[in-house]
Design a protein around this ligand. Structure first.
Ligand SMILES: [Zn+2]
Length: 421
């Protein structure tokens, strides 16, 4: 083969730069044989483990690791742009645009080709950006971040791109080289996870589209895109719901959130959506969460402020804790004034209140926007009051403890004197 190429170059009187020409021997595991040497004319060519071509690293062991590592590093380097823009008060839409035009494409470069299967680093980067955008803590669960932003996993996005690419291949004229190669590999397909065609078939089968794999009756590109999108979305929702069930901090979230769809409260300014996001996702400073970090039993994570012995969870904080009754009363009156809805009389129905204030909400879009805004202000004010009271109590406790220490010291001192006498 190389001799043919060399002959061609002689015929047309040009020279290959043999110093820049490399050989990659694609193989699985086994070492290169000593007699594996390649000549271009009289020059021996270097054998390398990987070569970058069209922005993708082709590794001799058929792994895409080095491509992925390089892309993740490049995407990470760009995260600072989003962070800086967020600090400067950029809108959510603009920040999301930065993500989808500047960072995400880096992680998806050539993903149709190398992207089958899980890739945690990409999911992690998406989660970091999402939690920043939503104003959630960096500890927020992936399901809560993607759920409220209405985002698919990065894996599903790569699958989508791959299946569109597959549509292109199977609809090529039969004499095109790519189509001919595809047909040969399809006819001789063996179960092999590093095979592009095998992985593509698996993805189609998982989406219950195995019959299209065989028939290749895909319809137009538009129809195919719509079909794949629907199937992938259904799969994503299932996986997302299953993931939610496993996480205890998503206790409230599970009852509020049914659909992988962008939430309306995200239209609020950052400091407001952050409060709502924190309550919804269970990633907040309430004891039900901080106690979990410290390993306290759930029933021991009680509210330190009201003395009722109730567990300090989101429901207690928003609906029942007496410490915030004045703020809560204000919140309810503001809502009633603006929307005519009377939350006060539904006080006993906590699921209704939670859903109306943090969940899908009630009424029309503008009503929900008003309620979200008022609730977000309540959360901010109540959390502030809570911090103040807690630090006050901590201070008291500390003084108390110090007094106790003093008196023990005194007792010990007197005891000693008594012994002496
Ligand atoms: Zn309380």
């Amino acid at each position: 083969m190389l001799d043919l190429v060399f002959g061609y170059s002689q015929k047309w009187r040009f020279q290959f730069n043999t110093a820049k020409s490399k050989v990659v021997v694609f193989r699985r595991g086994s070492k290169l044989a000593k007699n594996d040497v390649f000549f271009m004319g009289l020059d021996e060519l270097d054998i390398v483990d990987s070569i970058k071509y069209l922005g993708v690293d082709f590794q001799s062991n058929l792994s895409w690791k080095s491509t992925k590592d390089r892309l993740a590093k490049k995407a990470r380097a760009r995260l600072a742009i989003v962070r800086k823009a967020m600090m400067e008060g950029i809108s959510l839409e603009a920040a999301e645009n930065l993500w989808s035009t500047l960072i995400r494409p880096v992680l998806e470069f050539g993903g149709e080709v190398w992207g089958a299967g899980a890739w945690q680093a990409a999911e992690q980067i998406q989660r970091e950006v999402g939690s920043k955008l939503l104003g959630m803590s960096s500890h927020a669960a992936d399901e809560a971040v993607r759920g409220d932003a209405g985002w698919w996993s990065m894996r599903a996005r790569r699958d989508f791109a791959r299946l569109r690419f597959w549509h292109k291949i199977v609809n090529l004229p039969e004499d095109r080289l790519l189509k001919r190669v595809y047909n040969v590999f399809k006819a001789t397909l063996k179960p092999d996870h590093s095979s592009w065609i095998f992985a593509t078939r698996k993805i189609l089968e998982n989406l219950n589209l195995g019959h299209v794999w065989r028939s290749e009756e895909t319809g137009s590109a538009k129809e195919w895109g719509a079909l794949v999108r629907t199937c992938l979305h259904a799969n994503e929702v299932l996986a997302w719901k299953a993931g939610m069930q496993k996480k205890s901090k998503l206790r409230l979230y599970r009852s509020l959130k049914m659909d992988l769809r962008r939430e309306e409260y995200l239209a609020l300014p950052l400091e407001q959506r952050s409060g709502i996001a924190g309550m919804r996702s269970g990633t907040n400073s309430l004891r039900v969460e901080t106690g979990r970090w410290r390993g306290e039993a759930l029933e021991n994570r009680i509210c330190m402020l009201c003395g009722t012995g109730a567990v300090e969870d989101e429901t207690h904080f928003l609906i029942s804790c007496d410490i915030y009754s004045e703020l809560r009363h204000q919140m309810y009156s503001q809502i009633e004034e603006a929307t005519g809805l009377r939350f006060q009389v539904r006080q006993g129905d906590s699921q209704w209140i939670l859903n109306a204030s943090l969940g899908g909400g009630i009424g029309d879009k503008s009503t929900r926007a008003v309620i979200h805004g008022v609730v977000a202000r309540f959360i901010r004010a109540a959390l502030k009051q809570r911090r103040k009271l807690l630090s006050f109590f901590n201070q008291l406790n500390r003084e108390e403890r110090e007094k106790e220490l003093d008196s023990t010291f005194l007792l010990v001192g007197r005891g000693g004197e008594a012994d002496d006498s």
